[in-house]
Design a protein around this ligand. Structure first.
Ligand SMILES: CC(C)(COP(=O)(O)OP(=O)(O)OC[C@H]1O[C@@H](n2cnc3c(N)ncnc32)[C@H](O)[C@@H]1OP(=O)(O)O)[C@@H](O)C(=O)NCCC(=O)NCCS
Length: 156
């Protein structure tokens, strides 16, 4: 499904919070309104996917924290009704292109070891398993840390 991908704005706050509550549960670190507001005003990258200009309510988002030499995918969520249509992949490609443009050639993320859906997506995008962070989440689940390094053949 083709979507419109662009930087989020303050007008997207309500929809971002709704996406967050649809995608995660209390055991996850859910982003609050205050946290989204902070990221919107920071140097970090917060992209949303909109169905169209006429229907601009975000159906997905990705948040990337930019450091001096690396970037970290902090969060990603697609509304349940819009999953498995390539939207997360499109958001990722935009985000990775932005990282390259910012000369950030190493991108890291942590994902629940049990989140096979997300791990499949990350592997399909060229991320490799780096190491395991034991007892990482509030409910003591381990995180799988994955890493992507710039390879021009992966970006279209
Ligand atoms: C993980 C998530 C972001 C994937 O979003 P999506 O838009 O459905 O992903 P895409 O359609 O771009 O999928 C791309 C590839 O990822 C893999 N994938 C995605 N969903 C999958 C599933 N349910 N089962 C197996 N593989 C899957 C496949 O390789 C897929 O390619 P294919 O459809 O050609 O086989 C979405 O399921 C989601 O929001 N989950 C809840 C929140 C979450 O877990 N976020 C990530 C951790 S922070």
């Amino acid at each position: 499904m083709a979507v419109l991908i662009e930087s989020a704005g303050m007008q997207d706050l309500d929809a971002l919070l709704e996406l967050e509550s649809e995608a995660f549960n209390a055991a996850d670190w859910m982003l609050s309104r205050r946290a989204f507001r902070y990221h919107l005003q920071s140097n970090n990258l917060l992209l949303v996917a909109r169905q169209s200009r006429n229907n601009p309510r975000p159906v997905a988002y990705i948040l990337v924290l930019k450091r001096k030499k690396t970037a970290r995918i902090y969060s990603l969520a697609v509304s349940p009704a819009f999953r498995r249509q390539g939207i997360a992949s499109q958001l990722f490609k935009e985000a990775l292109n932005d990282c390259i443009a910012s000369q950030l050639y190493k991108v890291r993320l942590e994902v629940r070891a049990s989140n096979h859906t997300a791990i499949s997506l990350y592997k399909a995008l060229g991320f490799q398993e780096h190491d395991v962070c034991p007892d990482y989440y509030q409910d003591h689940e381990d995180a799988c840390r994955m890493e992507w390094r710039y390879d021009s053949s992966l970006i279209h």
